[in-house]
Design a binder for this molecule. Structure first.
Ligand code: ATP
Ligand code: MG
Length: 289
C-alpha cells in the first residue's frame, strides 16, 4: 500500500487574485454602495464550498459549507458539532470542486473541546501529513464573550495579512460564553446587543475575505412549545439575532450508534431536507448502508 503522505503546503495566491479580493473588500466595506446584479454575480463566482467529509451532508448543504456566509449547526450534546468542526479543519485544506485550492483555518474554541489528536486521525483518513495539517490550523481559546469578540480583530488582521490563504473560521461554540457572561434575565437585551455586534463582524469578515464561517450552537427547551404540538420542543439559543445572522442553519440529532441526522432548518436557497451521516475515527463520513 502506498503510505506516502500528501503534504498540505498551502501557499499564497497570485497577485491578480489578491487584487480581485481587495476589489471585493472595497465594495463590501461600503466604498461603493451599489453593484449591478451582474457585478454581484461576478463577485459570487469566487464563492467556494468546503466538504464536510460526508457526501450526503454536502449534498444537503448544496455542495458543502459555503464561503461568504455563516453556517450554523445546532443540536444537543454529542450530536457531532465539535466532530464536524474538527473534520472541517482538515477538509478545508483539501482541494475541492470548481478550482477550490484548499486553505488554512482559524479555530476559536470556547468550550475547551478542541483536540489536535482528532485532527491527526482525520488527516490519516485523507492520507495527509499530520504535522502539515496541524500547522495549517491556528487555534485560540476564548475565555469570555468579550475575549471572543476581541479575537475577531486578530482574525481579520490575519486574514488581511495573508490574503486568500485562510478559507475557514470555526467558532465552537458561539453562545457558550455569552450564556455564562449574561446569565440574568435582565441581561438578555445586553447579551443580544453584544451578540449582534459580534455576528455582524463575522458576516463582514466572511464577505470581505471570502471565507466560510462555521459556528456551532447549543439548544434549550422552548417554554412556548408546550402550548403547541411541536415534535421536538427544543430550539437553538441566540434568538432572532442569531437566526438572522446565520445564512444556513442545520439541526443535528442522534440516530442509532454513530449515526446522526442533519436537517436544514433555515436557508435562503435550500429545501428542508435531511441527511444521515456517521461520526467515525476519521471524522464525519457517510453512513454505511
Ligand atoms: P456538545 O454539545 O457536548 O459540545 P457535540 O455536538 O459537540 O456535543 P461531539 O463532541 O461533536 O458533540 O460528538 C461527540 C460524539 O462523537 C460522541 O458520540 C462520540 O462517541 C463521538 N466521537 C468522539 N470522538 C470519536 C472518535 N475518535 N471516533 C468515533 N467517534 C467519536
Ligand atoms: Mg462540542
Amino acid at each position: 500500500m502506498c503510505t506516502k503522505k500528501k503534504l498540505c503546503n498551502i501557499k499564497g495566491i497570485s497577485e491578480a487574485k489578491v487584487d480581485k479580493i481587495k476589489e471585493v473588500a472595497v465594495k463590501v466595506s461600503g466604498d461603493k454602495a451599489f453593484l449591478t446584479a451582474l457585478e454581484y454575480a461576478e463577485q459570487r463566482k469566487t464563492c467556494f464550498r468546503i466538504s464536510t467529509g460526508s457526501h450526503d451532508l454536502d449534498m444537503l448543504l448544496g455542495g458543502g459549507l459555503e464561503s461568504m456566509a455563516i453556517s450554523e449547526a445546532f443540536g444537543e450534546f454529542r450530536t457531532g458539532k465539535t466532530q464536524l468542526s474538527h473534520t472541517l479543519c482538515v477538509t478545508a485544506q483539501l482541494p475541492g470542486a470548481n478550482g477550490y485550492t484548499g486553505g488554512k483555518v482559524i479555530f476559536i474554541d470556547t468550550e475547551n473541546t478542541f483536540r489536535p489528536d482528532r485532527l491527526r486521525s482525520i488527516a490519516d483518513r485523507f492520507n495527509l501529513d499530520q504535522e502539515a495539517v496541524l500547522d495549517n490550523v491556528l487555534y485560540a481559546r476564548a475565555y469570555t464573550s468579550e475575549h471572543q469578540f476581541e479575537l475577531l480583530d486578530f482574525v481579520a488582521a490575519k486574514f488581511h495579512e495573508e490574503m486568500g490563504v485562510f478559507k475557514l473560521l470555526v467558532v465552537d461554540s458561539i453562545m457558550a460564553l455569552f450564556r455564562v457572561d449574561f446569565s440574568g434575565r435582565g441581561e438578555l437585551a445586553d447579551r443580544q446587543q453584544k451578540l449582534a455586534q459580534m455576528l455582524s463582524r463575522l458576516q463582514k469578515i466572511s464577505e470581505e475575505y471570502n471565507v466560510a464561517i462555521f459556528i456551532t450552537n447549543q439548544m434549550t427547551a422552548d417554554p412556548g412549545a408546550t402550548m403547541s404540538f411541536q415534535a421536538d420542543p427544543k430550539k437553538p439559543i441566540g434568538g432572532h439575532i442569531l437566526a438572522h445572522a446565520s445564512t444556513t442553519r442545520i439541526s443535528l440529532r442522534k440516530g442509532r450508534g454513530e449515526l446522526r441526522i442533519a436537517k436544514i432548518y433555515d436557508s435562503p436557497d435550500l429545501p428542508e431536507n435531511e441527511a444521515t451521516f456517521a461520526i467515525t475515527g476519521g471524522g464525519i463520513a457517510d453512513a454505511k448502508e
